[in-house]
Design a protein around this ligand. Structure first.
Ligand code: ARG
Length: 478
């Protein structure tokens, strides 16, 4: 197959072709390359470089290519990459007229364009998935607003918390991730075409026109920066890594809560797997795989950063490897969020077990110290007194509420009968009445504001959707 650079190098070894080809990976950019090429030929016509009939034939040829895409042998290494494939196939289809499509363009700016078009779509896809994850989390929170569970620090019982408050902690995490993706969209939304190989195109192409028809918000300001830029990829992978880390931590919680020892939750059979040897097993494999895949994302982030660390300015072939990393990161993240949403829909909380778990572990101890503070003690001495009460209880196999007021008075004369009420589980929840605390009305308010966030998100998504263009829409300009 003809090489794009066959004038200078005529005869490469097959092993070289195989080693250097990226077609098996970048074939995924086929539609984006077609769209970018169509925009490019529109702009060549606009600048008087292509005649109207040439434009017509090329646009028609590109449309044909799109229709016959599935018939191409895309695993072959005959082509160096997807850009070479399109140029060659177009030539086969419409002849020499195709040869002008590379005027004023290099594969160095072309590949950036393809990746950016792909990422803009990918971000919208992920934002929509996160929207659905956020909806699922807030619904699960609203459905379980009455339930109370122990909160943990160091995986030791800490204080009582509403299950909804716990769940909404992940709403916040994923909302932050979503905002990162919106930032990524803006950083990606910069037109590279016109940068050419590295110093800018030698033809008077109208970059403003290209920017408008391809729906970019701006054009890159420095050609050398733009052909060497892959920050839009590393930033995007960083955001996806965060999503996966949050999914992993959520998964880890659910794995623990699902263990026989905890039994806080139940996961439907249809979202678990079994063991080939132990007939009784019902394993949370999906959650374990998400936990592992989050490590793969950390790996992807390292890979992309390390590739770029020592590269000299502008384009180097090392950069071709970016697509494997990008696609892997995106696919793992997308499928993990997708299945996690479905799994969450299949999680239920075991109220009786949760209630029992609140009975031990001295989770009311902090509130007992707060009680003494309200009676006039300093927090440090209250902490010490309650610490002694806990030690006494441990030594005598008792809970705090089993102790009579006379016993408690031996630790502090500030203890009165009203303490029992103030350390009830309900009071412990009620007393955390700061903005962001687990007090029930606060949590209900947070569910209200989550609804507002989700409504605003609808608008954000529809405005993002207006900022991308596909091949068919672009063809309509014609
Ligand atoms: N396939 C290459 C990549 O993905 C783009 C081609 C640029 N190649 C070149 N020799 N300038 O990075």
């Amino acid at each position: 197959m003809a090489k794009l650079w066959e004038g200078r190098l005529t005869d490469t070894e097959k092993i070289v072709d195989v080693f250097t080809s990226s077609l098996s990976i970048d074939k995924r950019l086929f539609y984006y390359d077609l769209t970018g090429t169509l925009a490019h030929v529109f702009s060549l016509h606009n600048s008087g470089i292509l005649k109207a009939d040439e434009l017509k034939d090329i646009a028609h040829g590109l449309k044909e290519l799109r229709e016959h895409f599935v018939e191409f042998d895309l695993n072959a290494y005959d082509y160096e990459d997807i850009h070479s494939l399109i140029e060659n196939e177009l030539k086969d289809s419409i002849g020499d007229k195709s040869e002008k499509i590379h005027t004023a363009r290099s594969r160095n700016d072309q590949v950036v364009l393809d990746e950016k078009l792909f990422i803009k779509d990918a971000i919208i896809g992920l934002v929509k998935l996160l929207q659905s994850l956020l909806e699922t989390i807030s619904k699960l929170s609203a459905d379980n607003i009455r339930l109370i569970m122990p909160a943990y620090t160091h995986l030791q019982k800490a204080q009582p918390v509403l299950v909804s408050h716990y769940l909404m902690s992940f709403f916040e995490k994923f909302l932050r991730d979503l905002r990162k993706l919106l930032f990524n969209f803006e950083e990606t939304d910069i037109l590279p075409l016109g940068s050419a190989a590295c110093t800018g195109s030698g033809y008077e192409i109208d970059r403003d026109y290209l920017k408008k028809i391809l729906r970019f918000r701006d054009a890159s300001k420095n050609s050398m920066d733009e052909v060497s830029n892959r920050d839009y990829i590393s930033d995007f992978i960083y955001s996806m890594t965060n999503i996966m880390l949050h999914l992993s931590r959520f998964s880890e919680d659910l794995i623990i809560f699902n263990s026989t020892e905890f039994s806080f939750i139940n996961i439907s059979d249809s979202f678990c797997t079994g063991s080939s040897i132990m007939p009784q097993k019902k394993n949370p494999d999906i959650l374990e795989l998400i936990r592992a895949k989050s490590s793969l994302l950390v790996g992807n982030l390292n890979q992309i950063l390390i590739i770029f660390k020592g590269l000299p300015s502008t384009y180097n072939r090392d950069m071709q490897e970016d697509k494997t990393i990008l696609f892997n990161a995106y696919d793992q993240t997308y499928s993990s969020i997708e299945i996690f949403i479905k799994l969450l829909d299949n999680v239920s909380f075991n109220q009786d077990v949760l209630n029992k778990a609140l009975l031990n572990g001295f989770i009311e101890a902090t509130d007992l110290a707060d009680y003494l503070v309200k009676k006039g003690q300093s927090f440090r001495s209250a902490h010490k007194i309650v610490g002694k009460v806990v030690r006494y209880c441990l030594g005598n196999s008792k809970n705090i509420c089993d102790l009579k007021i006379e016993d408690l008075k031996k630790f502090s004369e500030f203890f009165e009968e009203d303490l029992y009420k103030s350390i009830s589980i309900d009071s412990c929840i009620e007393s955390k009445n700061v903005f962001g605390g687990t007090n029930k009305r606060r949590v209900e308010k947070s569910l209200e504001s989550a609804k507002e966030e989700l409504r605003a998100l609808e608008k954000t998504i529809s405005s993002l959707e207006k900022r991308v263009i596909d091949f068919d829409d672009l063809l309509k300009i014609f």
